[in-house]
Design a protein around this ligand. Structure first.
Ligand SMILES: *Cc1c(COP(=O)(O)O)cnc(C)c1O
Length: 430
């Protein structure tokens, strides 16, 4: 394939696509420079249009748990494609995938498939409102639940990367029904419920927040959310779009246990790299969805056979060995990053939740969004570009988790470890 100059491609891209990208954080806005325009990916590597190869620590923002283009996943998609791309009719594979989800996450008594995490959380909110007859929802600052109107207030991910309070175009009415509370602050949440408990349809939380960097729940926090919502007749929506099937076979819920949310949302790994997401939960609530109940939800490409095939193959392959490998690589990398940064006297904090982790460029602990924001983002940008120059592609934001896969073998890890000392020195020198 002919090599392409990424700088001129980016310039052209920005003429025809806002920011040159189909999703904001890809534009490298907070780190500067030209994004890697990817031409192909395999295992732990991505290759740019200029022919350069990088060890990838983005993994499509999570889905590539098995590494890129896993041969068995690709074969499953190819086989499905040869039988037809989309039918707009039910398939046996969807039933099989629903069974697979339920086997791993018993709280998902029934499952509805959609195409994106945004749709899954948006539907969960509508369902919670329909079930309770209440309007208000509670979310936590720094948690990201996709880009539906109700959930953009004080959101993480790209909203955090760009330093936005929310989004233009969200009506005041929609914003007024969203109550934002600091993460890990049970007192504040109790105060909100004491004041407005009978107006609150649901609390939505990331199972282990990973879109303001990784900020794990304090021990007992999620269980306390369960207890508090139950006491006030509100639902608990556990957003496992990022953590689900990534941090373990049963997601964060499977690791932590001890409480049961009413609704759970999935995305990313469940589609194995294709557009597939899901909403699951208590059967009596799920039965409120159309066509059984009065809460409407639909999708032309929902449960798409190619995406379903990719998801099924991915879950089938994601066995204990895969999770053990990702866990082990994660510990190895966390330790190496911290050592390199310490050796270069760069203040930092490494937070982790299962195999998910991120590095904050500040010495003090990070327990919420305010503390996450109080890091040295320019140090991260220097670190990022040094890694990139050395052939390692980190997430281009100080507010994102670093993603590993079971395909990150000794060779790929070796390349990352080799790049760390230079990047740490770059971070140290402003
Ligand atoms: C990625 C993400 C979403 C949104 O999913 P999309 O498929 O990008 O719409 C929602 N919640 C969490 C926790 C996420 O990480």
């Amino acid at each position: 394939m002919a090599e392409v100059n990424p700088d001129s491609l980016f310039e052209h891209a920005r003429e025809v696509i806002p920011g040159g990208v189909s999703s904001p954080v890809r534009a490298y806005g907070s780190v500067g420079g030209t994004p890697v325009f990817v031409s192909s990916a395999r295992g732990p590597y991505i290759t740019g249009v200029d022919g350069r190869e990088y060890v990838d620590l983005v993994c499509s923002w999570g889905p590539a748990l098995l590494g890129h283009a896993h041969p068995e996943v690709v074969a499953a998609v190819q086989a499905a494609a040869s039988r037809g791309l989309s039918f707009g009719a039910p398939t046996a594979a969807e039933v099989e995938l629903a069974d697979a989800v339920r086997a791993r996450v018993p709280a998902a008594e029934q499952v509805r498939f959609v195409s994106t995490g945004t749709e899954a959380t948006m539907t969960a909110i509508r369902l919670a409102r329909g079930a309770t007859g209440r309007d208000a929802i509670v979310k936590f600052a720094g948690c990201y639940h996709g880009h539906s109107d109700a959930l953009l207030a004080a959101a993480g991910s790209g909203v955090a990367t760009q330093g936005l309070p929310g989004s233009a175009g969200v009506t005041q009415a929609a914003a007024a029904d969203t109550i934002v509370v600091d993460y890990n602050d049970l007192n504040a949440l109790e105060g909100v419920f004491a004041e407005a408990g009978d107006r609150i349809a649901a609390v939505i939380t990331e199972a282990a927040p990973s879109n303001m960097g990784v900020v794990p729940p304090a021990p007992g926090f999620n269980a306390a959310l369960r207890e508090l919502t139950q006491r006030h007749g509100a639902l608990l929506i556990l957003d496992e779009v990022l953590t689900g099937f990534r941090v373990g076979p049963g997601g964060w819920l499977g690791l932590e246990g001890g409480y049961t949310p009413d609704l759970v949302t999935f995305g990313k790994v469940i589609g194995g790299g294709m557009p597939l997401a899901a909403l699951g939960g208590r059967a009596d609530l799920m039965q409120l969805l159309a066509p059984v109940g009065p809460v409407y939800q639909a999708g032309t490409l929902s449960g798409n056979p190619l995406a379903t095939a990719a998801g099924l193959a991915t879950l089938r392959l994601a066995d204990a060995g895969v999770y053990d490998t990702v866990d082990r690589r994660s510990v190895e990398l966390q330790r190496a990053v911290s050592e390199a940064l310490s050796a270069a006297s760069v203040p930092h904090t490494v937070n982790s939740a299962g195999s998910l982790f991120s590095v904050f460029f500040r010495a003090e602990p990070v327990r919420n969004y305010d503390e996450a924001k109080a890091q040295d983002q320019s140090a991260f940008a220097r670190f990022f570009h040094s890694m990139l120059d050395q052939g390692v592609a980190l997430p281009p934001s100080a507010f994102e988790a670093w993603f590993l896969s079971a395909a990150h073998d000794d060779a790929a890890m070796g390349r990352i470890l080799q790049a760390l000392p230079g990047a740490a020195r770059a971070a140290a020198h402003s």
